[in-house]
Structure formats: structure tokens, C-alpha cells
Ligand binder design. Sequence first.
Ligand code: SF4
Length: 204
Amino acid sequence: MHYTGPVIRPPYEAGSVMLEVTVGCTHDSCTFCTYYKGHPFRPAPLEQVRADLAEIARFRPGTDHIWAAGGDPFSMSTRRLLELADLVHEYLPGATISTYARVDSMRNKTVDDLRTLHDAGYTDIMIGIESGDDEVLAHVNKGYTAADVVEQCGKLDEAGLPYNRIYRRRCSTRFARSSCTSRPSPSSPTPSSAPRLRGATSRP
Ligand code: SF4
């Protein structure tokens, strides 16, 4: 298997087979993140992906789910993501695919594109939203605003492509006027600018 730099996945993907499809992050500028420093963003060569899939099929036959590894694989074009899904299914028929995405990964995709990607096997993506507060987002140099979150995640909702979100709790409570927790509750009010989205997890 080929892995370049740190290989990171959400805790709930701990049992998934990890397949490198990109290296690095397209943004690589969030103030709190050093994950991919020194590893500029690039798609993994398809021949490398093919070789790794052959290895998975040989040593883990019956694999039915893949974590597509890299900082921002969903930023790739719809065409490239569909090529990857075809390749995965050539070796692992019926396998589902999860991956990381930035909010702006959806900008180059229409709702129909997202629906097609879901039909092709992308069953869930994890988005590091971090906060619904524009002040926090600017402070950590996230590269998008709360309005962008609502617009782009709204496209996922419309397409029916499931997604999870990460909120960065400590940063929000330290720097923002209002609190922003990963799991809003009656004792931790949701900021008025925060998008109303589905399930969340948190970074420390
Ligand atoms: S978008 Fe994610 S991977 Fe990229 S710099 Fe920000 S936190 Fe790190």
C-alpha cells in the first residue's frame, strides 16, 4: 500500500481500509492544522490506486467499504471521483466510499453531480466545518463563511448525499463572542449564524 505523510481518518472509520487517493490538502492554511505541512496537494496516480486496490482485494477479500484517504479528496472533479469509484468497484464490487471534504469542495459540483456521486458509491463524507461563526472562521483562516456552509451543504441535502461535520469546540469558545459546540443543547445555544446541519463530531 502507498501512504504519503500522515494518514488521518475519523474515529468511526477505524475499521475501514484506507486507500490513498490524494496527498495533502488544497487549503493547508487553517491556523490550527499541521496535518499536511510539507505535502502539497496532489491526486494520487490512478496506477498507484489500482495497485493498492489489487492488494486490498488479495489480502482483504470481501472488503465492502473504503476510506478514501487524503486531506481533501472530494475537491477533485466529479469526473475524477467517478473514475475512482469505477476503479474501486472493479476490484471490490459494491464497496461504499467515504472521504474528507472541505465546504468549498462542493463548489465545482452541481446537485446532480452530487446525486451521481452518491449513486456511484460515495455514501458519506466528513466535512471540517469547525464553526458557524464568521468571526471564528476568519480567525482560523478557514477559507469560507457560514453562508458558504449553508449554501454548499444545502446542495448535499438536496442531493441526498449523507455527510458528517466536525466542529472545533475549543477554538470557538475561546475566540468567538458566542459559544459553538459540536452538539448544540439547551445549555449551549446554537449561534444565530450557525447552519442547521446534521450529525457532528468535534476536534479538541
Ligand atoms: S482544510 Fe482541513 S486538512 Fe486542510 S488545513 Fe484546514 S483543517 Fe487542515
